[in-house]
Design a protein around this ligand. Structure first.
Ligand SMILES: [Zn+2]
Length: 237
């Protein structure tokens, strides 16, 4: 049978089937890719239940007892904002100039203040709930009341006998007003909202003293103001 398939006979011995193996170049030895898991940035010790847990970024919740104290959350957001703003000073000069020309840092600065408003509102509400005799009744039907600083002042004065501007310093409270109203610390917004600013006032000092843009410096100052307010309100009895 095999002879029928392959032919009955070979007239020439050189027709014989020949298999040859020539080893080629060895493939390069490849290293395994690194583990793609994000590094744990830090661990948090929950003051409520003493659980220690690792986080990769912002964390508003403890895995055991739920929402973390708003004070911690807002202070962490402030720190995160500062780190974002500091990027400008850490880039190589040519990359920094290109990013600055593209408006990247102005965007950072504007977002920094905007991003802090939400956590700050939660913080203020928590402070109010802790101190007012009947907080639910006081804010009934007033949605988003803690987004407005003048209304917040009124609530704390009426129900907690606390005067926020006096507690944190009138200048700080006023700047906070302007920053939150503008959503950014741009000099234009500042000038239009405080026409009476004297050149010596902190708000008007929008000069470019270091590598950071003026919008970045204003956002930094905005974060400082928010932190002052948070720490002073939280420290009240
Ligand atoms: Zn906890």
């Amino acid at each position: 049978m095999m002879s029928r398939v392959f032919g009955g006979h070979r007239s020439n011995p050189s027709d014989a089937l020949r298999i040859e193996y020539l080893p080629g170049a060895r493939p390069p030895i490849r290293t395994l890719p690194g583990i793609g898991e994000e590094k744990v940035i830090r661990t948090i010790a929950c003051p409520g239940c003493d659980t220690h847990y690792a986080v990769y970024g912002a964390s508003a919740f403890c895995p055991v007892c739920g929402p973390r104290p708003a004070t911690d959350t807002v202070l962490e957001r402030i720190e995160a904002g500062r780190r974002a703003l500091a990027l400008e000073d850490h880039l190589p000069a040519d990359e920094r100039d290109a990013a600055r020309a593209a408006g990247v840092f102005d965007r950072f600065a504007a977002d920094t203040v905007k991003n802090i408003v939400g956590p700050f509102e939660v913080f203020v509400r928590q402070q109010f709930n802790r101190r007012a005799a009947n907080p639910a009744a006081a804010v009934k039907g007033k949605r988003g009341i803690f987004q407005r600083l003048d209304a917040t002042t009124q609530l704390f004065t009426d129900y907690c006998s606390i005067d926020p501007p006096a507690t944190v310093g009138p200048a700080v409270w006023q700047r906070l007003h302007e920053d939150f109203a503008a959503g950014t610390c741009s000099p234009t917004a500042t000038e239009s909202s405080t026409p009476s600013s004297s050149p010596s006032s902190p708000r008007a000092a929008c000069t470019k003293a270091s590598g950071s843009s003026s919008s970045g410096q204003d956002a930094d100052r905005g974060l400082d103001d928010v932190e002052t307010v948070v720490r002073k309100l939280a420290a009240l009895p």
